[in-house]
Every structure is written in C-alpha cells, then in structure tokens.
Design a binder for this molecule. Structure first.
Ligand SMILES: [Zn+2]
Length: 338
C-alpha cells in the first residue's frame, strides 16, 4: 500500500516508472534503494513525518501550484519508504556507540522491532548487515560490493565525467548515519552518454574507499540517479588542508534537531567541491549501506580536496566512524584515467 502511495506522489512528477522499478522486489540494479548510498535518511526520519502526511503536503503544494519542495531527494525518500527497501528500522537500545553525540542521537530513535538497527559497530555492525533483514542479504552474499581498496587499475583514456552543476538550494539532514545534503533538481553528470541527476551527497569518516591502501580523513559521496533508476556515485576524497567553503556551508546549516528539515538560506555550487584534476578511478560496486544493492557505477576522483582540521573535527564529533570496511574486489575491473 505504501508503494502505491509513493507512486502516486511520484506520478505527479512524471517519474512513476522509476518509482515502480524501485519498489519492485526484482530491483534492477541499484534502483531498489534509490535513496542510495547513505540512504539512511529514511529510517532515521521515519518517525518524524508520516508518509501520508508528507504526501498530502506535497499534493497540496502541487495542486495549488505553489512552490514544491521538488527536489528529487524528497521523492527518493518517499520511494524508499514505499519500497520498503530502506535500511533497518531503528531499534531501541541496540549497540553502544562510541561518541556521546551518537549515543544521544540514537537514544531517540526508539522503535519496537527486535532486530538491531544497522550500525557501524556492535550487533548491528557491518558483519551482521546481511542477516538483519532479508532485503539486506546482498550485504553478505553480494560479489560486487563497495567500498574497495582501489589498486592495480588499468590506465586507459577514460571519457571525462561531464559535470553540469549549478548554484542550488539545499537542505542539510542529520539522518543518524551521516550528514546528508539534499540538493534541488537541476544538477547532473553525464557518463558514457547517460545522464544522471544529482540526488544528494553525504560524508563518511574516514573515507570508505582506499587508494593503494591509503584511507583519507573524509570522503563525500555525490549520489546520482539516471531516469531508469541506475545509480552513479562520484566520490571526492577529503584530506586535511585549508578550510573548504562548501563543507563550511554545509556545517553552518546543520540542523540543531534531527527532526528539523530546514532549507538553507544560501545556495551551494558543487563545482567548487570537485578537484581541479578531473581524473578518476571507476568500477562497478554497490551501495555501502544496507541494502547494499549492486549495479552502482562508482567514480572516485583521484585528486583529494582539502578541508581544514577544524572542519574534520566537527564531523568527527557527530560521526567518529561511519565507514563500511573494505570489501573484496574479487577480480573486478578497475579503470583509471591515464
Ligand atoms: Zn556514502
């Protein structure tokens, strides 16, 4: 039932097919978990707004011709709720997160389920993700999982990723697993002739991916979705250096309360988040959070981008460790710009 609700909402935006694909259990590619990589937004926020209520709001906005919070991320959240493929329902008193901030945050995500909430440690930790829920099985059984240690790539002439980013409205969400930024529609990349729309970006500490064994202070994952539901994630590695204005703008707009979902009063131009050198590594992988859906096209920018130690420190207070361990590359082809 929820699926149909989601689909109705989405039909208004003309992407119902995608929603259906996403909700279906066959789950072609990564569509099943469209909210994607870091899709945690869904469960953590679940308690704060009833899907029907949100739908009613969106319908009212749409029908009145008023300004809709028309960003894809909104849609994605609805789809994910409907499809039921989102990460585990937060469970009460599961593990004992390390940071006190985390402890506080997680204390307020009570739910009645007995299955531990997926987490980065403890009973709900990465080694157990595949057993927490049937729909998370790929986390264990998958053969093309992310992240990986990127090494031994073949150097070829990779087509540059065509970034079409522009100054955009955004909202910052603390979803209990990461800081996620939903960006308004209108930002996209084109890779091998396929256009993917930016849905959201979020952060991990330390970087999930490694390059020749090296891990970085932070990574940001820019999650894009094509019309057919395929996902492409651009990873930008962040290392200590000078302060980064984009990261600062995100931190400046961190909500005081997780139930808040307030639009920032400034805009973000994500071109500024990309490294000067646009060479990259690419391979096929998965979401790095449950349900670990495969078929995700990864592009990891080779040149890290600086962020200040203070900026890293701010994220570390919220999320000391939110990186999935390295997964087996299992002979996967990794290409690298030569
Ligand atoms: Zn991620």
């Amino acid at each position: 039932m929820r699926l149909s609700v989601a689909c109705l909402a989405i039909a208004l935006s003309g992407v119902c097919q995608t929603a259906l694909a996403a909700g279906g259990s066959a789950a072609p590619a990564a569509a099943a978990s469209a909210a994607a990589e870091g899709s945690a937004a869904v469960p953590a926020r679940k308690g704060f707004q009833d899907p029907m209520e949100r739908l009613r709001e969106r319908l009212a906005q749409k029908l009145s011709g008023g300004k809709v919070d028309g960003s894809d991320p909104g849609l994605v959240r609805v789809v994910n709720r409907g499809g039921g493929t989102g990460p585990a329902t937060p469970a009460a008193g599961t593990s004992a997160p390390s940071g006190s901030a985390q402890r506080e945050r997680r204390a307020d995500t009570h739910a009645s389920g007995e299955v531990p909430r997926w987490d980065y440690q403890g009973p709900g930790g990465p080694a157990h993700w595949g057993q927490l829920k049937p729909e998370f099985a790929t986390c264990t059984s998958g053969k093309r999982q992310s992240p990986i240690d990127i090494r031994d790539g073949i150097k070829v002439q990779l087509d540059p990723v065509q970034f079409d980013y522009r100054a955009s409205a955004f909202r910052v969400i603390d979803n209990g697993y990461t800081v996620q930024v939903d960006v308004e529609a209108g930002n996209s990349i084109t890779v091998l002739g396929r256009r993917y729309e930016l849905v959201q970006f979020h952060f991990h500490r330390p970087s999930e991916e490694r390059v020749d064994g090296r891990q970085f202070a932070l990574v940001t994952h820019l999650v894009h979705r094509a019309e057919d539901g395929r996902l492409a994630v651009v990873a930008v590695l962040l290392e200590p250096g000078r302060a980064h204005p984009i990261v600062q703008a995100v931190w400046n707009n961190l909500p005081l309360d997780r139930s808040e979902d307030v639009a920032a009063r400034t805009s973000l131009d994500l071109n500024a988040l990309l490294p000067e050198d646009r060479s990259y590594f690419t391979y096929m992988g998965s979401l790095t959070t449950p349900p670990c859906t495969e078929g995700v096209l990864w592009m990891v920018m080779r040149q890290p981008v600086p962020v200040s130690p203070e900026q890293i420190g701010i994220f570390a207070r919220l999320y000391p460790m939110n990186a999935r361990p390295i997964q087996q590359a299992s002979g996967r082809l990794i290409k690298e710009s030569d």
